[in-house]
Every structure is written in C-alpha cells, then in structure tokens.
Design a protein around this ligand. Structure first.
Ligand code: KE4
Length: 429
C-alpha cells in the first residue's frame, strides 16, 4: 500500500519557516527514523488520521496520555460543557480538589499534591522542594532516565559514572550541572559507591521506576527495594517520576506494581487525559514546604485550570471502573504475544519488554537492562522496521528510545493487523 504524504510534506516545509525544526517537541521530527513527520489531522479511538487522509493504528497515544483512546465521548462531552463556563479563572475551583482527591486515593504514598502544567514542571518543582526540605544541593539521577527538560536533568554522567555531572545540552551552566550525579540504572553497586562518597550532600534521588525513555527497561529484581532502602539509610528524599508509568504500569503506577513507597511522586500525561497537566506530591511534612504553606516557591498561571481538570477527572473516572486494568492487561499481553511470534516467525532476534500497557521491541539478542545495553541495540534496523510498519498503517514511536502504549480502544482486530504487519516489517527490515 503506497501512502502519499504530500500534504504532510507541504505542512512540514511551512512549519519549518516559523518553528525550530518544524515541531514543538524534538522527538516528533522523525530524526531518529528518517523521513518526514506526519501531520495529524484527527484521531478517534485507536486510530489517527494524517493530513493526507491515511489511517494508522496509533501506539504513541500522544506519548502516553490517551490511555482511553482518542476523543473518548465521555471526556469530549464533559469538556464541551466545562468550556461554556469559561476556560481559566486564575482562582481556585472545586475541580482541582476533585482531581487531587481522586489521585491521592490511588497513590497513598502522597498526602498532598500540587497541580502544574507538564511533567517537566512537576519534576523541576519536586527536586526544588526536596532541596528546600533537606537543605542539600546535589541530586542523583539514573542514566537514560528522562525527567523533562529542566536544567538539572539535562546532564550526562561525568567520566566514570559516579563523578559529577557535565551538561548534556548547551545552555546548562557547568556550575549547575555539577550538582547532578548520574548513576547507571539497575546498578546498586555503583549507587552504593556514590553514596559512600556523596550521601551527606544529596537532597534526593529521582528515577523512572520503569524506564520509558530508553525504550522500556524494567527494574531488576531487588533494584527498587535497594534504592528505597538506601534513601532511607542516608535520609535522602526518594522521588518516583511516574509521569509515564503512573496509571500505565498499573492503576496505582509502578509504586503499586512493585510495592515501593517513594517520599515524592511526579505525575503527568494520563492525569490530564490529553490536556496539559502535571502534578507532584508526597509526604505531608515535605509538601508543607510548598508556597504559600511553606517557603519553597512554585507557581503557574494555568495550573489546575478547569478544562484540564475536567479531562483528567473524566479519564480517571473511566479508568477506576472495575476490570478496566484487567481489560488493558489482556490487550497488552495479546499484543506482546503477537509481536514476539511475528519476530520469531520472521527469524529476527529481538528483545521485547513490557510493564502494564507500555512496551518496546529492541533489535538485539542481549538483555536490555540499562542505557548502555539499550544503546547497543540495532537502531538502524529499528528505523527500517518503523518505516515498514508505517507503510502498513501502524504508527509506532519514531525512536528506538521511546516506549509504545496501548489503549482501551485498541481492538483484537487492531492487534491482529499489527502482528501481521510486524511479521512482514520484521522480514523487510
Ligand atoms: P512533559 O514536560 O513532556 O509533559 O513531561 C516530561 C517527562 C517527565 N518524566 C517522564 C518519565 C517523561 O517520560 C516525560 C516526557 N516524556 C516524553 C516521551 N518520552 C514526552 C514526549 C516529548 O518529549 O515530546
């Protein structure tokens, strides 16, 4: 099936005259997979439709938020109603409390939370609060974990994983980056070594409990328990960045699935139901630091606005219905079996990882356990696989180092089509 992307190409050329790289977020530009990005005109359920009218089964789902599928009627109806009352007041509304209570009920590790407008804002604020609470400056993050574009996180491991960070992007001052220490994910020994040296200066440790930003990398047995135990031993604030894993790995996120109680949690994506929402929260003694209750400043013009809250509330109402996650798990497992069988029948060596409804296929025959092993996979082959799947009407994340997502709207037919396309795409790639 030869799809034309003529309209998308025209739109991309035009976008590049006024937006850097023609996109408002870099990964959308298809740089990692080649070719030009598709401009999307509409979406419904499990499908997205590009400017040339081509239909795709969507496994990006806006990078996670659209767990119900696109344009869910209950969410759309509620949004239309709310928007008639105005869109933002810059004053408190009952909707913010309603969504906050819904989230706190599902994440008992959080006593209180603050709404913000993105995952980046949530993680930036969370480390500022942890620094304010502990009076310490340094933070530990893990290689390959992405926490948004805050300066503190755009840092790569200095030479030797336990030395101080160096900027990973121009514009991040060296003096700032040196407060971020990066340690390999799944490596408790390296973490212990770092802590022996630096523990007294460390305010917090932040990690994606399942790493969705180098593909999908699962914590080794005992890793999260080890991290939790070490943060308690050294009195360091443990922050779970569940912007992606929240309501994805399970209804209660990775902290529920792996039974770990972090001191703070960052959320985003699903809790906004496709509207800009992030949130950070945690123990009441830590959140008491947040202005205006406490001295740590954080603010936002549109934080908690009624439209975004409405989308989040309706999304969580549907997700909290009984059997929803049983239904999601069945779909995700069927997809996993289909993709694994397709690779096997095509004679292609891949490693597939999944946590709840997030997943990833690597082109490698070695286990992928961290940034280094993820980077060693055959990204060129992934790019060819991506393009072959696109030709067959399946829209995967345009980078090996991203996770794929499935929604309540994906049907058995969608999954069968995907598996058939994958068999042909594996052979061609
Ligand atoms: P946002 O600022 O993009 O809402 O959230 C940042 C963020 C924080 N923490 C985790 C674990 C995340 O995955 C993200 C954002 N994820 C990327 C996808 N890998 C968003 C897509 C993009 O950058 O365009």
């Amino acid at each position: 099936m030869t799809l034309t992307h003529k309209k998308s190409l025209e739109l991309f050329k035009k976008a590049k005259t006024c937006i850097p790289g023609g996109v408002n977020s870099p990964v959308r530009a298809f740089k990692a997979v080649g070719g030009n990005p598709l401009f999307i005109k509409s979406a419904k359920g499990s499908k997205i439709y590009d400017a040339d009218g081509n239909e795709y089964i969507d496994y990006v789902l806006s990078w996670g938020p659209m767990i119900l599928g696109h344009a869910h009627p209950q969410v759309t109806r509620a949004l239309k109603k709310t928007v008639e009352n105005g869109t933002s007041y810059g004053a408190p509304t009952s909707l913010e409390t309603e969504l906050a209570e819904m989230i706190l009920k599902v994440y008992p590790s959080m006593d209180k939370l603050r709404m913000v407008n993105s995952g980046t804002e949530a993680t930036m604020a969370a480390i500022r609060v942890a620094r304010g609470f502990t009076g310490k400056d340094k933070i530990i993050k893990f290689e390959g974990c992405y926490h948004g574009h805050g300066d503190a996180f755009l840092v790569k491991a200095g030479s030797g994983a336990t030395t101080l960070g160096v900027p990973d992007s121009p514009g991040v001052p060296k003096d700032y980056a040196k407060n971020t220490i990066t340690v390999p994910f799944n490596d408790l020994m390296a973490l212990k070594k770092t802590l022996e040296k630096e523990a007294k200066n460390i305010a917090c440790m932040i990690l994606e409990p399942v790493v969705g930003n180098i593909g999908c990398v699962l914590p080794r047995k005992g890793f999260l328990e080890g991290v939790s135990e070490l943060t308690k031993r050294y009195d360091i604030v443990l922050i779970f960045d569940e912007v992606m894993t929240g309501f994805r790995v399970s209804f209660g996120g990775a902290q529920k699935a792996y039974k770990i109680k972090p001191d703070m949690t960052c959320l985003g994506k699903v809790i906004g139901g496709g509207l800009p929402v992030g949130a950070y929260g945690g123990r009441k003694d830590i959140m008491a630091m947040v202005s205006p209750e406490g001295p740590v400043y954080q603010a936002g013009t549109l934080s908690g606005n009624p439209i975004a809250m409405t989308a989040g509330i309706e999304t969580l109402k549907i997700l909290s219905k009984p059997d929803t996650y049983k239904n999601l798990e069945e779909k995700a497992k069927t997809l996993e079996d289909g993709l694994k069988d397709a690779a096997k029948m095509a004679g292609v060596k891949t490693k597939f990882y999944r946590a709840g409804t997030m997943f990833c296929t690597y082109f490698t025959d070695k286990e992928v356990v961290d940034y280094k092993t993820a980077k060693a996979s055959d990204t060129g082959r992934f790019a060819r696989f991506f393009q072959e799947m696109l030709k067959r009407g399946v829209y995967l994340a345009p980078s090996q180092f991203e996770a794929g997502f499935i929604s309540l709207a994906h049907s058995q037919k969608d999954i069968n089509t995907t598996a058939r396309a994958a068999y042909e795409a594996f052979r061609k790639a």
